[in-house]
Design a protein around this ligand. Structure first.
Ligand SMILES: Nc1nc2c(ncn2[C@@H]2O[C@H](COP(=O)(O)OP(=O)(O)O)[C@@H](O)[C@H]2O)c(=O)[nH]1
Ligand SMILES: [Mg+2]
Length: 195
């Protein structure tokens, strides 16, 4: 399935954010968790969001306009948890992302990605209640599900739900096998309409 989607703009600071003209969903997660690859896979357009093997490359917020009915923006956020950048650079990104998430009026929800092989860490544990306090719905997806056997996946889904205190089970997705991508995309489309 393909949803016509186009790159809108990148921003390194709030004054570069595009006008809040459409509802938007932010994609959040550690660097290299598979944010860009998943965006490409969900909309069915390889090469739309840039993917990279180099952690920490994408330091900008990237807006994509999804031509669904009705349309909305997907925002690829810079990954947190960069091991290879110095503390001061890391600290300068945090306010940008936090400001965006806290103040963007048109933000209707967040897609949080966690590598299925990694137990959610402090960043995710802090992030879930932080969003809940701000009344922002969250969808969690465990990425790179192809790295685990099916029975092990189920175990990790249950574990992540419990650790993160989620109401719903997280999705397990693989952009390689396409497992779980379609159900996740349906949930995102629904969230984009505020339902
Ligand atoms: N095995 C596997 N690798 C994946 C999957 N999704 C992404 N990757 C790989 O993970 C790396 C990081 O992906 P990327 O989308 O750039 O992550 P981002 O930094 O979060 O945007 C790339 O080498 C991808 O090919 C997946 O579902 N399965
Ligand atoms: Mg990326």
């Amino acid at each position: 399935m393909k949803t016509p989607t186009k790159f809108v703009t990148s921003a390194a600071k709030p004054s570069d954010f595009p006008p809040p003209s459409l509802p938007e969903i932010a994609v959040v997660g550690r660097s290299n968790v598979g944010k860009s690859t998943l965006i490409n896979s969900m909309v069915g357009q390889d090469g739309l969001a840039r993917t990279s093997r180099t952690p920490g490359r994408t330091r900008l917020l990237n807006w994509f306009e999804v031509g669904a009915h009705p349309p909305f923006f997907l925002v690829d956020l810079p990954g947190y948890g960069y091991a290879q950048v110095d503390q001061s650079t890391r600290e300068s990104w945090r306010p940008l992302i936090e400001t965006y998430l806290a103040e963007r009026k048109t933000l209707v929800g967040v897609l949080l990605l966690v590598d299925i092989r990694r137990e959610p860490g402090d960043e995710e544990l802090d992030f879930v209640p932080w969003l809940a306090e701000r009344g922002k719905p969250i969808i969690v997806a465990l990425t790179k599900a192809d790295k685990l056997a099916k029975n092990k996946r189920t175990l990790e889904i249950t574990k992540a739900k419990k650790i993160l205190g989620l109401k719903r089970e997280p999705f397990a997705v693989s952009t390689l096998s396409k497992d779980g991508v379609e159900p996740l995309w349906r949930a995102i489309l629904k969230l984009s309409t505020g339902k």
